[in-house]
Design a protein around this ligand. Structure first.
Ligand code: PLP
Length: 405
């Protein structure tokens, strides 16, 4: 019988955060093991409840949210997003520049599908949030990874970016604050990226889903506010800042030199119409979230829960012999380097699998983030300190005995 095979479009598509190791963890759970899952940035299961007013608003609007909305989103949500970026100093932004989607994930897919032809190149950070690489490949483009420099606090290496620009380069992607590294980029670095984009006529895609999760006084700058004359696409959403990842509420905003991008914008309109609209009940949460009490600030303040967990995770990882981690200034992850010689590591995926089997803790290996030099893992620091602390002790115990040699 003829087999049913996946399409060749998926040949280079990979999303290992929920890949084979996560499947192994599920199997172990089915066998009765309790697994501590530190692989996904999903705040709700760790007791980060959404602000009450958001929940009330969705419940209140549910009866009147039964129909499709406008493809680009409900008016109140689009106006709220427009105002949000106006306050971030993006100039000349209008309600029609805002598209509401089922999470940033859907908008990343739409943004790439609308842009790319076979062989078009997109500059993507390494390490990256792997959906960007996957979306470029699925849209028949070619992801070209630029180096982020661990020694420089994981900032993008501008010289490396320059060396990778070709006549086929269409766009550059920034993730700021960064997943997986937690880096928050300075205005000076962003200005350098804008200059490159201006010189080589690149579209800037800036994924800013963690823009409110900042520690130790780090300041987030929206790159589009520095780039009035460059076409920019900024993405954000409710999943992390407002802890409602399950609501699937995100947005995409076009700004800067929109005149040169009218055809692309028409492409976005077609794609937005094809999927009808984003989940309507949860679109109503956007205005309330952006305009309401910003409880995220309590979580990241000096004695805030997220900040304390970040400190604990980063300090405990750095105290393990052979592990080091640049302290993250934003987001909810520690991205740790593993001394590959000390542990004779040939395969980082095997290392994560061995940790899972021995300590019942699930992390994500560095190569899942399209980083192929060195050995790394990403740990989500969302659990309470009284869960994180023993987990990190167990990770330390695992590495104190580990060798692939
Ligand atoms: N972009 C980044 C950098 C992320 O880390 C994530 C989720 O982890 C997403 C986008 C997807 O977010 P959403 O839940 O809005 O689809």
């Amino acid at each position: 019988m003829k087999t049913v095979a996946r399409s060749h479009k998926l040949d280079n598509v990979c999303y290992d955060i929920r890949g084979p190791i996560a499947a192994q963890a599920r199997k172990m759970e089915d066998e009765g093991h309790r697994i501590l899952k530190l692989n996904i940035g999903n705040p709700a299961p760790f007791g980060f409840d959404a602000p009450d007013d958001i929940l009330k608003d969705v419940i209140h609007n549910l009866p009147t949210s039964q129909g499709y909305s406008d493809s680009a989103g409900i008016y109140a949500a689009r106006v709220a997003v427009m105002q949000y970026y106006q306050q971030m100093n993006i100039k000349d932004i209008r309600v029609n520049d805002v598209y509401i989607g089922n999470g940033v994930s859907e908008m990343i897919m739409m943004a790439m599908q609308a842009l790319l032809n076979q062989g078009d190149e997109v500059l993507i950070p390494s390490p990256d949030y792997p959906l960007w690489t996957a979306a470029v490949s699925l849209s028949s483009g070619s992801p070209v990874h630029y180096r982020c420099d661990e020694q420089a606090g994981w900032f993008p290496d501008i010289d490396d970016i320059k060396s990778k620009i070709t006549s086929k380069t269409r766009a550059i992607v920034l993730i700021n604050p960064n997943n997986p590294t937690g880096a928050v980029y300075s205005e000076a670095l962003l200005q350098e990226v804008v200059s490159l984009a201006r010189e080589h006529q690149l579209v800037i895609f800036s994924d800013e889903i963690y823009d409110k999760i900042l520690y130790d006084g780090a300041r987030h700058t929206c790159i589009a506010s520095l780039a009035d004359d460059v076409f920019c696409v900024t993405l954000g959403g409710l999943s992390k800042n407002y802890r409602v990842a399950g609501f699937r509420a995100g947005w995409l905003v076009v700004s800067g030199n929109k005149r040169i991008a009218s055809d692309y914008i028409e492409g976005l309109n077609i794609l937005a119409s094809m999927r009808m609209c984003a989940n309507v009940p949860c679109q109503s949460a956007i205005q309330t979230a952006l305009g309401g009490y910003q409880s995220i600030n309590d979580l990241i303040s000096d004695n805030g829960r997220l900040k304390l967990q970040r400190d604990l995770a980063s300090d405990m990882l750095n105290s393990i012999d052979g592990i080091s981690c640049v302290k993250p200034n934003g987001a909810m992850y520690c991205f740790a380097r593993v001394d590959e010689k000390k542990f004779n590591i040939r395969n980082d995926e095997q290392m994560i699998l061995d940790l899972l089997r021995e300590e019942k803790i699930l992390l994500v290996h560095g190569r899942a983030f399209n980083l192929h030099d060195g050995v790394y893992f990403r740990l989500v620091f969302l659990p309470h300190c009284d869960v994180l602390s023993p987990a990190l002790t167990r990770i330390g115990r695992f590495f104190s005995q580990y060798s692939q040699g």
